[in-house]
Design a protein around this ligand. Structure first.
Ligand SMILES: [Zn+2]
Length: 68
């Protein structure tokens, strides 16, 4: 398994703590694609995105607001 993000070479391994996530089917998908720099018109159904890209993604609706 490998990450679908542009330029990302992260692969799943037992040694790394990286996690892979399926793409959402709602509006969050667009934000995912923006973050991973992919064409938003192409929906990667079978793709996965590694946790390295989730620092700026609010994939959890419960933690959208931060201080600042
Ligand atoms: Zn990645």
């Amino acid at each position: 398994m490998s990450c679908s993000a542009f330029g990302c070479t992260t692969r799943h391994s037992n040694e790394s703590a990286v996690q892979f996530f399926r793409f959402p089917s709602d509006a969050r998908l667009k934000q995912w694609l923006v973050n991973m720099r992919r064409d938003t018109r192409k929906c990667p159904k079978k793709s996965r995105l590694c946790s390295s890209h989730f620092e700026d993604i609010s994939f959890s609706q419960t933690s959208r607001s931060r201080g600042g």
